[in-house]
Design a protein. Structure first.
Length: 308
């Protein structure tokens, strides 16, 4: 009897190990499907990136001869007022836009998941800005801020609106935040709607029986249960707004002066102006910043695969 039990136990253990091995084994065909994407990514992203990082240690203008100059470009970056101003503007703009987008999107999501009429149609309407090109949106709002808004300001006697916000170095960033938020809210809204719909209705029914008001339910039930969605929206939004380019080009082109010039605009302008190696060093620093934010994202979202 003991021998039989031992044989059965060994057989069961061997079968479990074989099953685990088969589960861990990856079929070669999957690598075959991965190969084209890996090759394209390497040739289009990795190789140019490595070459660009190498040239950031030179005095290259993008063509012709070059000399190796070490960390000279990097040292100069940290004492360049134009570079520092572009980072200051970009991070300030990203923080302001993240706050505006997430607050408005969350409130809209709460409204569009409530028991209201035509909520399906309203969801469709609010998503429309997401499918319109950013540069087209920027040119439309450029006309509005340059013509319609000053005309309205003159009609109602509001002096600071009588001139275009885009021509005011202190206020142009507000116009950029408004337009960027107008386009970004739909995507954030969809994520919040998915999060709110995942909250069980029984939770709210229990809260109603306990006498909790709608505002108390929002603060003490809804927000904690969709916290994972808030984290993802904030981090992804911040990363995306750091790359702001097309809307700024269409609205102010970095002006007045360089008041609204983002990091991406500064890098691209340098490429076109013969500052290739210098701006490649800038791009490398910007890449490191993006990596740090990505690592932060992974650390904050780890274990949140089931956000509900």
């Amino acid at each position: 009897m003991t021998a039989t039990r031992t044989i059965v136990t060994e057989g069961t253990g061997r079968a479990s190990r074989d099953l685990a091995h088969r589960k861990r084994r990856v079929e070669p065909i999957y690598y075959l499907f991965l190969l084209p994407s890996l090759v394209l990514f390497t040739l289009a992203i990795t190789v140019p990136g490595v070459i660009g990082i190498f040239f950031s240690f030179t005095d290259s203008i993008g063509i012709g001869d070059w000399n190796f100059i070490g960390f000279t470009n990097y040292i100069a970056l940290f004492s360049d007022p134009a570079i520092l101003q572009s980072y200051l503007f970009t991070f300030g703009f990203a923080i302001a836009t993240v706050i505006v987008v997430n607050v408005i999107a969350f409130l809209l999501a709460v409204a569009l998941t409530a028991r209201i009429r035509f909520k399906t149609g309203l969801r469709t309407v609010f998503v429309i800005p997401m499918v319109i090109s950013g540069i087209i949106i920027a040119y439309v709002f450029n006309f509005l801020f340059s013509n319609s808004v000053p005309a309205f300001g003159s009609a109602v006697g509001v002096s600071w609106l009588e001139t275009s916000l885009l021509a005011n170095a202190d206020l142009a960033w507000i116009a950029i935040v408004v337009v960027t938020a107008w386009q970004a809210i739909p995507g954030t809204l969809l994520i919040y709607i998915a999060g709110l719909l995942s909250v069980p209705g029984d939770v709210y029914e229990a809260a109603d029986l306990d006498g909790a008001s709608k505002s108390q339910q929002l603060v003490r039930i809804t927000l904690p249960l969709v916290a994972g969605y808030v984290v993802i929206n904030v981090i992804l939004g911040f990363k995306g707004f750091l790359n702001a380019y097309d809307i700024i080009v269409g609205l102010t082109n970095g002006g007045p002066g360089t008041a609204t010039r983002s990091i991406a605009m500064t890098i691209i302008a340098g490429f076109n102006g013969g500052d290739y190696a210098y701006q490649m060093a800038n791009a490398t620093i910007f890449f490191i910043v993006a990596v740090v934010i990505s690592v932060l994202q992974l650390s904050l979202t780890r274990g949140r695969n089931q956000l509900s």
